[in-house]
Structures are given as structure tokens and as C-alpha cells.
Design a protein around this ligand. Structure first.
Ligand SMILES: NC(=O)c1ccc[n+]([C@@H]2O[C@H](COP(=O)([O-])OP(=O)(O)OC[C@H]3O[C@@H](n4cnc5c(N)ncnc54)[C@H](OP(=O)(O)O)[C@@H]3O)[C@@H](O)[C@H]2O)c1
Length: 240
């Protein structure tokens, strides 16, 4: 068992989750990264270890509740504690408007972006109560204000995360649990490949980079235990 604080990151194999994992490991956290692609997770773990940090890969489909609970058990069996969550797993699809969406896609997006956040927090809550843990929910600009291009399912799922965070904070404060609704604007990641009109390199160059969000996540994770950061909106100056 280790005395190092343990952070579990979903969507940790790429984009903001991976950048947050590297930053948190540099800050001294032991990091567990989850996602469906083991090879992506292994790359993140290798990079963290090469920098002298502590990390392990825990492949997981967050939309599988049983697998989420088994992953929670694996984290606790190996590390004996859980001090933080960064919930960055997310999904969108190109066909996202009322005139072209499908109900199975809608369900998959809500499962990943909303229900899986609740599932992971629910599984982790007893351990977070013990540690007075911190939860960073990577929502979206579209979860903060209406964004016409974000899509029916994505907008619905991300805007509901604000309520998830508020109920968590209201009800779990007596246990020292704190959560942040983090709402990034455009970030240059692979996620943008799902847009109906995929941004080119010039457009991506003026967006936020994953490391910008990692800095923000580090700030939240490093805040003293009596400080709760309820909501943060971070956007590139270029965003309209
Ligand atoms: N990029 C933006 O402009 C932007 C802006 C605001 C908010 N966001 C949000 O930021 C979060 C991170 O996205 P990103 O931009 O960093 O893009 P990304 O690199 O595509 O990250 C999304 C991550 O989610 C994981 N994931 C998807 N479905 C999963 C599932 N069922 N189980 C486990 N993991 C799953 C993916 O890994 P696997 O495929 O290996 O499972 C991937 O690592 C998402 O929640 C997204 O909605 C993005």
C-alpha cells in the first residue's frame, strides 16, 4: 500500500484525460488511467513512468456498470485508497441533428457522457468519502451554455452534468467530497474529428491544447481540502 494520493482518470488514454494524467503524475499523484483502448493507455503510462511518475493502465468501457465496479475494486485492491477522479471519457457523433440523428447513437452518447459519470462516481463514493476526495467532471462549453453545433444528445448529456455535480456537492459535502463542473471550449484533440465539419490545422492552432486543460485540472486537484471549485469555464480567446 502507498501513502501517495491515488487519482483515477477515465478517458485517460488520449486528449485532455491523457494530458491531465501526465500533469497529475508530475504533481505526485499515483495515476490510474482507464479507457477502452489498452494500447493508448499503455502509451500514457509509459510516458509517465519515463518522467519518473507512478501510473497504471486499467482498460475499461465506462458504459458497463459491472466493469466499472470491478475496476473500482481493482484500484482499491492495488492501492488501498482513492483520492480523486477525473471523468474525461466522452462521445459525440457527426450525425447529431434532429434531421439525421439515430436513437441508438443518442443512447450511447448519454450512456457515455452522463450515465457513466454517475456510475463511476457511485462506485467510487465510499472510497472518496474516506479520503475526502475530489471529482473533476470534464463537461463542456455546451454544458455551460447552449451551443447550436454540439448536437441533440451531446448538449442534453453535458448540460445535465451541471446538476450531477451540484447534487453531489450538496449531498456529499458532509463527507468532504468536492466536485467541479469543468466546461472547456474548443480543445484541439481527436474528438473534433467527429464534427460534421472537421476543423483544419489552422483552426486547431488557435484552440486550447490538452495541456491547457491539464493545468486547470491540476489547479483543482491541488486545491486545499476546504476549497470547492464548483464550476470552471475555460475557452480559447478565439472562441465566439
Ligand atoms: N475537444 C473538445 O473541443 C472538447 C470540448 C469540451 C469538452 N470535451 C470533452 O472532453 C472530454 C475528453 O475529450 P477529448 O477532447 O480529450 O477527446 P478524446 O481524446 O477523444 O478523449 C475522449 C476519451 O474518451 C474515451 N472514451 C470514450 N468512450 C469511452 C467508453 N465507453 N469507455 C471508456 N472510455 C471512453 C476515449 O478512449 P477510448 O476510445 O480508448 O475508450 C478517449 O480517450 C470528453 O468528455 C469531451 O466530451 C471536448
Amino acid at each position: 500500500m502507498t501513502e501517495q494520493r491515488v487519482l483515477w482518470i477515465t478517458g485517460g488514454g488520449s486528449g485532455m484525460g491523457a494530458a491531465s494524467a501526465r500533469a497529475a503524475a508530475a504533481d505526485g499523484w499515483t495515476v490510474v488511467v482507464s479507457g477502452r483502448r489498452p494500447e493508448a493507455l499503455d502509451e500514457v503510462v509509459a510516458a509517465i513512468r519515463a518522467d519518473g511518475g507512478s501510473a497504471r493502465a486499467l482498460p475499461l468501457d465506462v458504459s458497463d456498470d459491472d466493469a466499472v465496479r470491478a475496476a473500482r475494486d481493482a484500484v482499491l485492491a492495488e492501492h488501498g485508497r482513492l483520492d480523486g477522479l477525473v471523468l474525461a471519457a466522452g462521445l459525440n457523433v457527426p450525425r447529431r441533428r434532429w434531421d439525421d440523428q439515430s436513437v441508438p447513437d443518442f443512447r450511447a452518447i448519454v450512456d457515455t457522457n452522463l450515465t457513466a459519470v454517475v456510475s463511476v462516481v457511485d462506485a467510487a463514493l465510499p472510497a472518496l468519502r474516506e479520503s475526502g476526495g475530489v471529482v473533476v467532471v470534464v463537461s463542456s462549453y455546451a454544458g455551460w451554455s447552449f451551443q447550436p453545433g454540439a448536437g441533440v444528445a451531446y448538449s442534453a448529456s453535458k448540460s445535465a452534468l451541471g446538476s450531477v455535480v451540484r447534487t453531489l456537492n450538496q449531498q456529499e459535502a458532509p463527507h468532504g467530497v468536492r466536485a467541479t463542473h469543468l466546461c472547456p471550449g474548443d480543445v484541439a484533440t481527436d474528438f473534433l474529428d467527429q464534427r460534421p465539419s472537421v476543423p483544419d490545422d489552422a483552426a486547431r492552432a488557435v484552440m486550447l491544447q490538452p495541456t491547457d486543460i491539464a493545468r486547470t485540472v491540476s489547479f483543482v486537484l491541488g486545491s486545499p481540502a476546504h476549497v470547492r471549485i464548483d464550476e470552471l469555464v475555460v475557452s480559447p480567446v478565439s472562441q465566439r
